[in-house]
Design a binder for this molecule. Structure first.
Ligand code: ZN
Length: 400
């Protein structure tokens, strides 16, 4: 018998379309699927019957009737299959197991520190996967494939993280992450940069589900960006996700890690905020934070700002104003309907989110003419990249 993975891989164009509709919108009646797909019933039956036989699509439950016999509903099989989604960032690593609709069945996260070299990180991911597969909810499911969302830029074909800077541990530059993980997971494996993974999840299943244009920003150690324009993901050379971070916002600005001067990232990233705050304390300014200077992190600064610490709120406000100005330029250029701001800094600091949104709206040309929606965290919040990694895997499988 054909393996499930081969069934997913061998779909024709029409089958892909139907599978996509049901995966995204199910459970649906055949009448509803016909309405969305515009296929004829005979064509739909021809496509659907093998799906049902192969148990990729199942008759889920009974739909609402307008009188007479109740119609059957169809949905993707949520009972028999699982996927692994991995999010490796410079601050944390997260592993999830999901079903075919990206519902999380298992989730585990650990912080990255100076000891987390590629080898140690991969070992911990594999341990988590082994443990997860034994839980009752996963024991009887077939794990089909794995996806990874991580820090670009990389060689996506060979699965190499080309110049992964700012990891706390040594050895991340040039990491052959695909080979390292695939060898141990023994699954089909796909990867994309973290921001792209997140925007695919939000666009297909989350806050951008009904839209054609959206932008996603992830604030962690750096600022990672992804864009869906007219239903397509915009890809750059090297699959870099930090292009926006190096938009020049100050012509007389300070030197950036990229070698240029005055980039957004010099002022608005976790690294920039933390370094600036520490310097103020070293220079003798007062703060509510009672930790040793070297141990202060962005969470302390965010919490202090919310509690009224003047130095912390000034630094966060300035950082957000600069980011918001860059964001206004970005919106003018691409005109998204929705802007999702997410990642560790956004989830920790309500102030940073609010000032960013206010500044972008104030300085943006388009906001006076059209409605742009902002969303803090999106639908998937801190799970967006790991769940998005599953979406990347499924999409690649179906299109391979
Ligand atoms: Zn730069």
């Amino acid at each position: 018998m054909k393996r499930t993975i081969d069934k997913l891989k061998s779909m024709g164009e029409d089958a892909k379309k139907i599978f996509d509709i049901i995966q995204k919108n199910g459970p649906l009646t055949k009448a509803q699927i016909l309405g969305i797909s515009k296929f004829k019933l005979t064509t739909l039956n021809r496509i659907m019957n093998p799906f049902v036989t192969d148990k990729l699509i199942v008759e889920s439950s009974i739909g609402e009737s307008t009188g007479g016999r109740k119609p059957t509903l169809y949905d993707v099989n949520l009972r028999d299959y699982a996927f692994v989604g991995i999010d490796i960032s410079r601050i944390y690593t997260q592993v999830v197991f999901t079903d075919l609709k990206l519902n999380i069945i298992y989730k585990e996260r650990f912080n990255m520190d100076k000891s987390h070299t590629p080898k140690k990180t991969v070992d911990r991911i594999i341990d988590i996967c082994e443990k997860a597969k034994k839980i009752p909810e996963l024991k009887n499911k077939e794990t089909i494939a794995a996806g990874l969302g991580t820090v670009g830029p990389f060689d996506i074909k060979r699965g190499i993280m080309k110049s992964a800077i700012n990891f706390m541990a040594e050895g991340w530059e040039g990491t052959e992450i695909k080979d390292m993980l695939q060898e141990k997971l023994k699954l089909d494996f796909f990867m994309d940069n973290g921001a792209n993974a997140a925007v695919i999840a939000e666009y297909k299943f989350g806050s951008g589900k009904d839209l054609k244009n959206m932008a996603y920003f992830n604030f962690g150690m750096g600022i990672r960006t992804a864009v869906i324009s007219n239903g397509n993901i915009i890809r750059s050379i090297n699959d870099a996700e930090d292009a926006f971070a190096h938009m020049v916002i100050n012509v007389d600005g300070i030197k950036c890690s990229c070698g240029n001067f005055g980039c957004v990232e010099c002022y608005s990233s976790i690294k920039a905020i933390t370094e600036k705050f520490k310097q103020k304390i070293i220079d003798g300014e007062n703060t509510q934070i009672k930790k040793q200077v070297e141990n202060i992190n962005y969470i302390d600064i965010s919490e202090a700002a919310e509690a009224g610490d003047i130095v912390a709120s000034e630094i966060i406000t300035q950082a957000a104003e600069i980011f918001g100005t860059g964001l206004a330029n970005f919106i003018n250029l691409l005109n998204p309907q929705l802007v999702v701001l997410s990642g560790p800094l956004i989830m920790a600091s309500e102030l940073f989110y609010r000032v960013s949104e206010e500044t972008a709206k104030k300085k943006c040309y388009f906001s006076k003419h059209t409605n742009i929606f902002f969303n803090r965290g999106g639908y998937f919040k801190e799970n967006a990249i790991s769940v998005g990694a599953v979406a990347v895997a499924i999409e690649n499988l179906i299109n391979s």
